[in-house]
Design a binder for this molecule. Sequence first.
Ligand SMILES: [Zn+2]
Length: 329
Amino acid sequence: MKPLYPLRFEPIFKHNLWGGQRLPGFLNRTPPHDNAIGEAWVVSDVEGSLSRVADGVLEGTTLRELLAADAARILGTATAPQGKFPLLLKFIDARQELSVQVHPNDEQAAKLGPGMFGKTEAWVVLDSCEQTSRLYAGFAHGISADCFRKALRDKTTPGTLHSFTPKQGDCLFLEAGTVHAIGANLLIFEVQQTSDITYRLYDWDRVDSQTGKPRQLHIEEGLAASDFGRGPCNPVRPKVNDSEGVRRELLVNCEYFTLNRLTSRVPFRIGAKGQCRMVVCVGGSGEILWNGHRSAIATGDTVLLPAEVGEATCVPSREVVLMECGLPQ
Ligand SMILES: [Zn+2]
């Protein structure tokens, strides 16, 4: 295999009835002819939506092909369960609310077939509207399985969930089994396990304008995957480390991923020796320096640093905010 370098992938845009028009601009891409783009998958090894390298000698190669050639050069000592890259990174533009939904855990997903994983996820709010945005995460206090079933029948589901108006920068960590929904007018960065299994429990009684019908619900599967022990889920409290002009905030450190937010106006190190890291620029701009090469990074850009590359330097041109995701070692 050719030498590796900091890899950029072509974003994969997804049509969703609740989506909007903000993502192509946010990612500096020409808009496809679609006015309801809900998601842009920026690192993906989900079947049918494989990320491809956007530039350099590996242009056009999929992330899966890179792993198949030599997983250790990409992942270091981290593992690729079933030969798949373990994380999916995406941006979400919720013009309308997403369904009330739940995802299975690994054990439940494995029963659906080989190569199926659960979905633990984390959100970082990039933009929110004080008047109309709401996040729904976990059950409100005292909601039993029976109450929830009744609410599904009576179409009063949102009232059974804990909800709040998020602020820009809020991070929510949602373990598989937590019932949740993203409300309207939110722009979100999400990191999650490589999985696309969603059980829709309630869809706000709306009709899909493309089909003229409501979207399918998955009540029984969803109830089986719902963890009634998961009550109100609130934004995480970051562990903050300020050092030499660089703020490092640890947002999530779970069995599937780590998530840090790095904010700085002065040059700083990204990545880690011998490890695979992904950096996603969510504010500002600058350059990435590695091995004598320079490349620009701006809001909406994602760069994967393979283990073989390890560390690089980010040189901000103005204050830059990066989300840095890592794999458990
Ligand atoms: Zn979800």
